[in-house]
Design a protein around this ligand. Structure first.
Ligand code: SF4
Length: 461
């Protein structure tokens, strides 16, 4: 399905400018990441900023935790390809110095800079320079008074109150170039905090799950929190906070927005079938090889790797281009139509070469290019399809055998009730006389025969 066909109505927010990048309003949702170099080491930091920008970051944050970092910012800002946000820790003077260095935005944590006169001094200076500030509330560093007020716990209400208090200080000096984040490492907590905040303000919101941790669990947490809110129309800019190379953060942020259809695709969208008893290649390996081969190529196409020619071209007919395995050959197809046949060893290189061709010349040109080879490709695909069906039959996954087994077990179980019978939805499997612990193990073994013949895991009890 075309991602553009389904949209999530976005909550209207005010728009601010972070350097030359609009955030909020009807501006595209932006991706942020943060350098992990010492900001004082401006050459190393700039190198990382360039890598982040190339990976999809629209805005990059650098820490400004010491006087040397502020000096580093003065050297970084003029050479940076993207706007720079200075992350201020406990010293409001660093915020003033970062403004002097020319940064495009500040991030203040209300839990760390607490004196109203300091907050207002920074806001006044930012206002004079027309530089926005992110109010970056963090569940882990709330103001002690708020902890007390909310019973010694971090609650969504406490986080929202922290942000609203900071806004009031800013409004006292008539400063409204604000964006806000209310991050927490707990996904449900941050989701609820953002929901409540979004009900109360129309400032742009910066989404993130703080300290999400290393991949893959960190990616799951960050995606769960950010994606849930995006689907509700909340959020104007996002950051994955991972214990990982920040380049991964930028790539993931970009990929998430592309997956939602919220940003134009820049890189390949690689899809692959889950593989099954009919597969004629190691789909996982070929898909991995293809991912590496496309790597950072800027080819905004959907590309498919399919395990068999019986169903592959049809199942992936919406992909711009794809390849399916059959009889030690790769069957290349464009929009579901077979266009060429290549040896299996050349599947990935052929896929990349044709994708580059389509990217440069378009689908119609690819169809024209295939005029000579398409008839033979169709014939070869049909031969290999029939050969696969002949070798593996109509039921390559032994589904019918499993269905018969289920029916047999069901018939057995519908007799006098046996100890050990276990139900999975509407299916009951007779297990004979087994204890409750073995029951799950037995069920798992039998369930292996379902679906595509791949083991299904039951959760640990
Ligand atoms: S039938 Fe579908 S899942 Fe199975 S190998 Fe073919 S394309 Fe992949």
């Amino acid at each position: 399905m075309d991602a553009g066909a389904v949209t999530f109505p976005r909550k209207k927010t005010r728009q601010i400018m972070v350097g030359n990048v609009p955030v909020g309003g009807d501006a595209p949702i932006t991706v942020q990441s943060m350098t992990i170099t010492k900001t004082a080491d401006h050459e190393a930091t700039l190198q990382q900023i360039y890598a982040l920008a190339a990976a999809g970051a629209d805005i990059v944050r650098c820490t400004c935790n010491e006087p040397a970092a502020a000096e580093g910012l003065a050297r970084i800002v003029p050479r940076s390809p993207v706007p720079i946000v200075a992350d201020i820790h406990h010293q409001y003077r660093r915020a003033l110095e970062a403004l002097e260095a020319g940064v495009h935005c500040l991030r203040l944590n209300p839990g760390n800079i607490r004196k109203p006169e300091h907050i207002k001094a920074v806001a006044q200076e930012a206002k004079d320079r027309n530089v926005p500030i992110r109010i970056g509330v963090n569940g882990g560093s709330l103001h002690p008074d708020l902890y007390k007020k909310y019973g010694g716990r971090v609650t969504p209400e406490a986080m929202v109150e922290s942000a609203l208090t900071e806004i009031r200080y800013f409004e006292e000096v008539d400063f409204d170039l604000i964006k806000i984040s209310v991050k927490a490492s707990s996904v449900p907590l941050m989701i609820e905090a953002y929901r409540q905040l979004s009900e109360q303000v129309d400032y742009p919101l910066h989404l993130g799950v703080t300290e999400a941790g290393p991949p893959p669990a960190g990616i799951v947490k960050a995606t769960a929190g950010i994606a849930t809110l995006l689907a509700e129309g909340i959020g104007d800019t996002i950051r994955y906070s991972l214990t990982s190379d920040p380049v991964d953060e930028a790539k993931l942020g970009r990929q998430l927005l592309e997956a939602f259809g919220l940003r134009e695709r820049k890189n390949v969208d690689l899809i692959a079938c889950p593989s099954c008893g009919r597969a004629e290649i190691d789909v996982f390996k070929v898909a991995q090889d293809a991912m590496h081969a496309f790597a950072d190529k800027k080819i905004p196409l959907q590309v498919a790797v399919m395990g068999c020619v019986v169903n592959g071209p049809g199942e992936a007919r919406d992909a711009d281009i794809g390849i399916a395995a059959g009889n030690k050959r790769g069957h290349l197809f464009v929009k579901g139509n077979n266009v060429a046949v290549v040896p299996e060893a050349e599947m990935v290189s052929t896929l990349v070469e044709w994708a580059e061709f389509i990217n440069e010349h378009g689908i119609d040109a690819a169809v024209k290019r295939a005029e000579a080879s398409a008839p033979a490709a169709r014939k070869a695909a049909e031969e290999d399809r029939l050969r696969n069906l002949n070798d593996l039959g109509e039921d390559a996954n032994n589904s019918e055998q499993t269905v018969a087994l289920i029916r047999k077990d069901r018939a057995k179980a519908s007799g006098p009730r046996q100890r050990g019978a276990v139900g999975f939805g509407r299916v009951s499997l007779g297990m004979g006389r087994v204890g409750s612990r073995e029951m799950v193990g037995h069920a798992a073994v039998r369930l292996v025969r379902f679906g595509c013949g791949r083991p299904l895991r039951l959760p640990d009890r």
